[in-house]
Design a protein around this ligand. Structure first.
Ligand code: IMP
Length: 200
């Protein structure tokens, strides 16, 4: 990896929610390129771990753009579902990326495991692996996590994806109800970002 501070970067994601969060984490002086204009199709996420998929995306977009690229692979692990949906978190929302559907599926799958689950604390965590990939082939990947519970009701309109059903440990609000700034301070993405911050 390069010791020089990164001055410009391509964010390799077609997920607008993520794109916004990642851009908000980066210093304002950095020139950010995103895929909103280029619309390069996303690669197939063939990895079985967050790390594999994060690297695969960062490398793919760096090769396509010849720029230093930052990519994220993330998702939610629910312990009672043996850590599903995990790397398949986006897939559970179907082709149209409908997260009402994904959340319905989460509730159905948890009910199959335990009918009384609403009276229990269902532990879960968000995980994020951020990878910076340089055009010379060097890369760095770092993982961030946040532990919490699954809310038995969908609550809040902020954020994206599974935010309305995730309550971080020690909080009452779901990520969907939390002010975005408060979410960013504690979430899996900012946690991973702190570990790569020195490159910017
Ligand atoms: P992928 O990294 O493109 O495979 O997608 C990860 C999926 O995990 C997203 O589509 C979201 O549904 C979910 N996810 C990741 N991070 C978050 C988050 O911060 N809030 C809510 N959902 C998230």
């Amino acid at each position: 990896m390069s010791k020089k501070k990164i001055k410009e970067i391509f964010i390799g994601s077609n997920n607008e929610g993520k794109l916004k969060e990642i851009a908000d984490l980066l210093p304002k002086s950095l020139k950010i390129y995103s895929n909103l204009d280029l619309k390069i199709p996303s690669p197939k996420e063939t990895g079985t771990t967050f790390k594999q998929n994060s690297l695969l995306k960062a490398k793919y977009f760096s090769k396509k753009t010849n720029k230093i690229c930052l990519a994220d692979d993330s998702g939610i692990e629910i312990d009672i579902l043996n850590k599903a949906p995990g790397v398949y978190s986006a897939d559970w929302s179907g082709k149209k990326r409908n997260f009402d559907l994904a959340i319905k599926k989460v509730y159905q799958e948890i009910s199959k495991k335990n009918k009384n689950w609403k009276k229990k604390k269902i532990s879960a965590r968000f995980i994020c692996v951020l990878t910076i990939f340089w055009p010379n082939g060097k890369f760095i990947s770092k993982t961030g996590k946040i532990e919490g519970w699954i809310s038995n009701l969908k609550r809040g309109k902020n954020g994206f994806g599974y935010d309305p059903i995730f309550i971080p440990y020690g909080k009452r609000l779901t990520f969907g109800e939390m002010e975005p700034k408060k979410k960013y301070k504690i979430d899996h993405r900012s946690n991973a970002f702190r570990k790569i911050k020195k490159f910017f």
